[in-house]
Design a protein. Structure first.
Length: 147
């Protein structure tokens, strides 16, 4: 029996895959649990249309992410932190502070997409990575300054 998966199944396939499985497995397990639907001609047409629309949306998101990466790439950013007289930071600079600094500059980026490879405890220049989309990463430099 031909089926269309509704969810990712590790041993079987990924969402929207069209597979051939044994009738009992499909009728007694996959379809009742909501993991799959029967692959009729109309279901295949709906799947093809959905995939076409998703590809269009993905292309649009990719274009927007690349434009955002180009805007951020060559700019300099400064993050202020409270420091001692020797330049040591009280606490550390984290992704929340970097996201707030980027928001002030007009770049709305979720803090969970920002990766800091090291623990920032002193004043200086550091590099962070932003994962904008799958396959689009951006490394940018920022200065930590004393407030």
């Amino acid at each position: 029996m031909e089926i269309i998966l509704k969810k990712d199944m590790p041993q079987l396939g990924e969402k929207d895959d069209i597979l051939t499985v044994k009738n009992g497995y499909a009728v007694n397990y996959l379809i009742p649990k909501g993991y799959a639907t029967k692959a009729t001609e109309s279901a295949k047409k709906v799947l093809a249309e959905n995939q076409r629309q998703q590809a269009h949306k993905a292309a649009k998101l990719r274009k927007e992410a690349e434009e955002l990466a180009d805007k951020i790439k060559n700019k300099t950013f400064k993050v202020g932190a409270k420091t001692s007289t020797t330049g040591k930071i009280f606490g550390s600079v984290n992704t929340i502070q970097i996201a707030e600094m980027l928001a002030k500059k007009g770049f709305d980026i979720d803090r969970k997409k920002i990766i800091i490879p090291e623990n920032i405890k002193e004043v200086g220049t550091y590099t962070a990575t932003i994962k904008l989309l799958k396959g689009i990463k951006l490394d940018f430099e920022f200065d930590v300054i004393s407030e």
